[in-house]
Design a protein around this ligand. Sequence first.
Ligand code: F6P
Length: 461
Amino acid sequence: MKRIGILTAGGDTPALNATIHGAVTRANQLKIELYGFIKGFNSFFNPRVPHVHLNPLFQSIPELDPTKGGTLIGSSRDYVDPDKKDELDQICERLKKLAIDGLIAIGGDGTLNGLQPLAERLPTVLAPKTIDNDLGLNYPNEPDEWVRIPDPVAPHGCRYTRSASDAVFDLDHIVNYVTPGYSTAVMVTAQGVERIRTTAESHRRIAIIEVMGRQSGYISLGTAYGQPDIILVPEYPLEIERIVDRVRLLYDLQKNVVIVCGEGIVDKEGRELGAMTKSSDPAGNVALSGAAEALRSELITILGDQYFQRYRRGRSAKEAIFTRKVGHTQRGGRPILFDRFYAALLGSKAVELLVEGRNNAVSILQYDGEKGFHVEGYDANRFRDRWGLIHPRYMHPALYDPKLMKPSRLGIDYLLPIFTGAIGHDDAEHMRQTLFNPGNLAQPYHSINTDVHKRIRYIQT
Ligand code: F6P
């Protein structure tokens, strides 16, 4: 390998630059050139293939700062279509012109699906990222449990469901224990709960906080660090009576309730509460919004105005129950130590896997009681179901206690290694030194895009 290409695809996370930094550092040691493609796979659809040389003379460009969130090379939700053979040929021709020997994609399940058709034509490796923590397997044979059912109204005429599992769930057997981006996102959601709590307490309100994660409940689960009263995850259909009973109990006692819900929570029929629109990614992901609002409407109807008036805690249920979405703040900004450190190791491992000739591999972050966290290589094919599709990982149901609506004992055991020590001293110090910097008031924001733009190169067409 003399020259490797790298791209970031899908939604951004705080640790993308840290992963690129890890890859650049290893490439410098191995004297390999690293080209960053602009805006993910989108770069390949442009005949001029916009790219940036990330390590001229085997030194990292100064714009690459592993402590900065987002991605200096940009990202998009554009993916390669496996059925468009001509387009794939064209892309490979373009990469050949650039003398690219191998490709690293930093992404999640959508990106790994998108890489599959390319992996048959060019050595590729995935370095994982996603705040949703849904790239991985709860146990190695999990993909075999997917069943495909013909469904004329579903995209591509079929939908997927899971057969009963006979696997014993063991934290030591999780494939890719956690993805970079998750811990920073959870820090933001847990802080969000802490901040909303004081308003709920002061004004005797019921707050419903919606967090991201799509159909996977990992972000909701981790938000337990902010001590919400009730956590709702997409993996367990809502039991509205149980929620209302708990709300009444808590509201009587403490005059406020904070509920956290994942954006993908479902009702008893399995219907997502949030409205859905289709996204373009090949994992078949959908955009979700409105779960917290839907839950609020239910609580307003069931509790009614009188419930609040009786205690003189509000004129109406509408006034007393409010929702907040943590939104994109959980995806942006500076990554905390855990994310930065392991993202860099995964980026470095991705380069090694390409050099070792491990085509279509994934650099994964493993954890076990003996070795702690460590990186390994894993074949992407082992993430695919019988029909070749890679599914997002669901939070294993054993991590959640549906009666208490909180993490189970196993869930707590899962979270502890990630979050104990996840925040570095420098993370706290960084805020102290930079947020109220007087210069922030006087100087306009200087975007990294302005500097990187000057480094963008194109191939001659
Ligand atoms: O997959 C990451 C994620 O942040 C999800 O949690 C969320 O549903 C989705 O992306 C939002 O995507 P967008 O920013 O494109 O609306």
